[in-house]
Design a protein around this ligand. Structure first.
Ligand code: ADP
Ligand code: MG
Length: 257
């Protein structure tokens, strides 16, 4: 069964008298374990799409079914619990808490979950610590567990953000341009890490990018243009190339922003 099913999703923004259709009739089905890139030029709707997939924003039209649950049927409280328990985010600005160590940052989602469930129902402190250390090891940062974010590099900070996103074993991990603030070598390493975790842990990754190196590592590439899907290819290098050259004639050495 599809982990995520979008039917006729539209998101309208009013700008004065005119309307912007940031998303315009999106039909998309995503299976568990996919490693999917959403690509397209600036303004094509990538961020709007990820915000809607992450329940941070609601579509003006259409239906989202997550793992059999129709989000339309959930009230505000249920929706926020759903987001907390099942969906994780990796942001381009990492968003680590500066006064917490690497380990404490990774523990945070589990601590929040335990608080929300109330005393006795959540995991113990010892379990939380063990799970965090396991994820920190998976992203190759065991020797940095007690460091603060300011003491590690940008690439390492993004690794911590990935560990934090995965620690609660979410249904999907969403990442809006996760490598935008990294040099291309580090960006490649972060994508390799995400793909490795995708394969080993079976986590479903959906990320947006307009970085060609990042795009080439995706297994499936959905290309947006003016809020519509203009291509959906299961990748090989040539699929990545054709998706990229489909973006308004952008050439391979240029990045749009
Ligand atoms: P991308 O992430 O691909 O650059 P976005 O999803 O940010 O694209 O934007 C898609 C379209 O929706 C753009 O035309 C943008 O100007 C518009 N848009 C996005 N957010 C808002 C908003 N909060 N209010 C009005 N228009 C918006
Ligand atoms: Mg964007």
């Amino acid at each position: 069964m599809a982990v995520l099913q979008l039917s006729k999703i539209a998101r309208l923004y009013k700008k004065g008298d005119s309307e912007v259709r940031a998303l315009d009739g999106i039909d998309l089905s995503i299976e568990a374990g996919e490693f999917l890139a959403i690509v397209g030029p600036s303004g094509s709707g990538k961020t709007t799409m990820l915000n809607i997939l992450g329940c941070l924003d609601s579509p003006t039209e259409g239906r989202i079914v997550y793992d059999g649950t129709d989000l339309h049927g959930l009230d505000e409280k249920a929706l926020s619990a759903y987001r907390r328990d099942r969906i994780s985010f990796v942001f381009q600005s990492y968003n680590l808490i500066p006064v917490l160590t690497v380990r404490e940052n990774v523990e945070l989602p589990l601590v929040i979950e335990a608080r929300a469930k109330g005393k006795g129902a959540g995991r113990s402190d010892a379990d939380i610590k063990a799970l965090a250390l396991e994820m920190i090891e998976a992203v190759g940062l065991s020797d940095k567990a007690n460091r603060f974010p300011r003491e590690i590099s940008g690439g390492q900070e993004q690794r911590v953000a990935i560990a934090r996103a995965l620690v609660k074993k979410p249904l999907v991990v969403l990442a809006d341009e996760p490598t935008a603030n990294l040099d291309s070598k580090t960006a490649g390493e972060i994508l390799d890490l995400m793909r490795d975790i995708n394969e080993k842990k079976g986590a479903t990754f959906i990320f947006s990018t307009h970085d060609r190196l990042v795009m080439e590592r995706a297994r499936r590439i959905v290309t947006l243009h003016d809020g519509k899907i203009v291509s959906d290819t299961t990748s090989s290098h040539s699929a990545a190339n054709s998706a990229f050259s489909g973006i308004g004639g952008t050439n391979s050495s240029k990045r749009s922003s």
